[in-house]
Structures are given as C-alpha cells and as structure tokens.
Write a protein that binds this ligand. Structure first.
Ligand code: AQP
Length: 328
C-alpha cells in the first residue's frame, strides 16, 4: 500500500439506503476499509442533503438512519472514521475558499445540476449549483487520493481535480489530485421506471431499502415494471432485476438469462426467486440494524468519535490552505 493512500466518500441522509446505494457504493466501501484499514473516511453528507426541499424536524433522524445503515452493512469504526459532515465545520470553510477559484461556467456544465434544476424547478438555489465545490472540499480536506464513486459522480470528481490543480498552481502545492475508484457495473434502476436510476427521493414503490420487510420486498418486486423488449431481450426492467440477482446469485442469474435468450423467461418466477434471495441476503443486515437501533447512545458516540478523528485532519489541512492563501 502506498503510504499516503487516503480514501473518502459520502452519502446524503435523504432517506433509508436502498439496493442502489448498497451495490453502487456501500458494498465497495466495506471492501476498501478491509483493504486499506485506518485510512478510510466515510461521511454522512447532511450539508449536501439540504440543497433539495426537506423537513427540518426529520433531518436528525435521517442522519441516524444513515448511520444505522452504514454500520449494519459492515462499516467498522475500528477500521474507518464514520462521521457527520456538518459537525466538521472545516468543510464549509474550505468550500468558501474553493468558491473563489471555481468558474461558474464549470458548475453550470454539471449534468447533475442540470438534472436537479429540472426536477426541482421551483427550488433552484445557489447550493444546488455549488454542490460540487462542497464535494471538492469534502475530498481535498482529507487530502484523499482515492474516491469510491458511482459512474454518476465521475464528472464531479473531475471538477475536484481541476480545483485542486488550480489551487496548487495559484497558491502552491497543497492538495493531491484524487482518483476515482469506480464500482464495477452496478447501476441499479427504479422498479417503477427502469429508465431512471433507483433514488431515495423517488416514490416508495420504486426502490427497495436494505431493511425492507420480506413481504414488502415481495410485493414491490411483484409490481416491478418488466416490459420485454424484442423477443429474446429482457428490456430495461427485466435486465435490472437480473443485474441485482447477478450480485447475490450469479449462477441463477445466468440461468434466467439463458431462459430469456430462448424466449422462455417467466417474470413471475424471476421476481419470486429474487424476492427470496434478497430476503435471505439482507436477513443478517435487518437483525444488526434492529439491534443497533435499540442502542442509540452507542451509535451517536461512535459518530462523535469519527467526527473527532476527521476534525484532526481537516483542521490541519484547512490551516495549511489558509496559510498558503495569506490569511495566517
Ligand atoms: N441507483 C443507483 N445505482 C448505483 N449506485 C447508486 N448510488 C445512488 N443511487 C444508485 C450511489 O450511492 C452513493 C451515494 O449517493 P447519494 O445518496 O449521496 O446521492 P444520490 O446518488 O443522489 O443517491 P439517491 O438515492 O439518488 O439520493 P437522492 O434521491 O437523495 O438524490 C453514490 O456513490 C452513488 O453513486
């Protein structure tokens, strides 16, 4: 392992985590904490979450829910720092400094911004535009060298690299340029509109949370859209179900795929098999989550520990950046 490897990633507390968040991010985070213990920083990015409309009374509970999902999925506070973004105030301060060297044109080009602008047409705020600068601050504050992300975040990471280069060029060498670590292939689509990705802020029927009850998994999958494409082709809905099955039972997925190629697939069978497999796969997760939920003080304590670890690094980096910029 290179001595200076450091890993950072974050998830917004915008709802309970779903299969997409797990297969596209969390599963990979757990593997990385085992491969690179003591240098992973995993963050609940609540400052990002408030760029879209939300209910203030629910925010703290959502942060807590996300922490439960992190821990139940296998993130281990002895190997990785798990913390809440807003509690390390250096994130906001570095973001302001980076604001001053980021061209507005670069922000306006971001696909996610353009997409969110459409989705929240009555709530286009500066935070939505500046979202990638806060993400750059999250990453650069820890001098992260590797950022595990889904395909959808690669453009933001490229901007982070540009910001780091510009800062280094203008004020002197300060930040390494972080590399993306792409999660292989797992882009999970909505159950109700499989041309869109599975999203927490979408309607409940469109996603399966990691702690979803077996009956509910069954009923959501039963109603999942599975329009076949041309004959022998699964269509986006069926393909999505196979993508999910591939991760937990590759052999069965292959068999269903062969059935589909032969024009003999029975979606009811695929859905019912997948429901059983998901129920089994996430059984231990549900148990761990329930147990953790019954000890809220211990969970908040873990988050506090993680925050303290994060703050030690964050405050040293911010101090260095301010020094380079001439503040101190
Ligand atoms: N459908 C998905 N398939 C694969 N990966 C996904 N991720 C999210 N959805 C899928 C990955 O999860 C990580 C954290 O995402 P986030 O919560 O910070 O924001 P998001 O990508 O916007 O996730 P959601 O569920 O769609 O949240 P909302 O609805 O609040 O916007 C990222 O690494 C992402 O790639």
């Amino acid at each position: 392992m290179k001595k200076d490897t450091r890993i950072l990633s974050g998830i917004q507390p915008t709802g309970k985590l779903h299969l997409g968040n797990y297969l596209g991010a969390l599963k990979n985070w757990v593997a990385l904490q085992d491969e690179f213990p003591q240098v992973c920083y995993y963050c609940i990015v609540d400052l990002h979450a408030v760029t879209a409309p939300y209910e203030p009374k629910e925010l703290k509970q959502r942060v807590f829910d996300t922490a439960l999902d992190f821990l139940a999925a296998g993130l281990d506070p002895d190997k990785a720092a798990i913390f809440i973004q807003s509690q390390v105030t250096e994130h906001s301060e570095l973001m302001w400094l980076l604001n001053t060297i980021t061209p507005i044109g670069s922000l306006e080009r971001m696909t996610q911004y353009k997409d969110k602008k459409k989705r929240h047409a009555d709530h286009i705020n500066a935070g939505l535009l500046n979202y990638p600068i806060l993400m750059a601050a999250d990453i650069l504050l820890y001098r992260a060298t590797m950022v595990p992300v889904g395909e959808d975040q690669v453009q933001h990471l490229e901007l982070t690299r540009e910001i780091a280069r510009k800062f280094n060029y203008t004020f002197g060498d300060t930040f390494p340029e972080p590399e993306p670590r792409l999660t292989r292939g797992a882009r999970i689509m909505s159950l109700t509109a499989p041309e869109n990705k599975m999203s927490k802020s979408d309607m409940e029927r469109s996603y399966i949370t990691l702690d979803e009850e077996p009956e509910s998994i069954k009923s959501k999958l039963k109603k999942a859209v599975t329009d076949a494409g041309t004959s022998g082709d699964l269509g986006p809905g069926g393909q999505n179900l196979l993508t999910i099955l591939e991760v937990i039972d590759p052999e069965a997925a292959k068999n269903f795929e062969n059935d589909a190629k032969a024009g003999q697939i029975r979606y009811a069978d695929l859905k019912s098999y997948l429901a059983d497999k998901l129920t089994e796969y996430f059984g231990p997760f549900r148990e761990r989550r329930q147990e953790l939920a019954s000890k809220p003080d211990a969970v908040w304590e873990l988050l506090l520990d993680g925050t303290q670890q994060a703050r030690r690094i964050a405050s040293a980096t911010l101090r260095d950046a301010k020094k380079k910029m001439g503040f101190i």
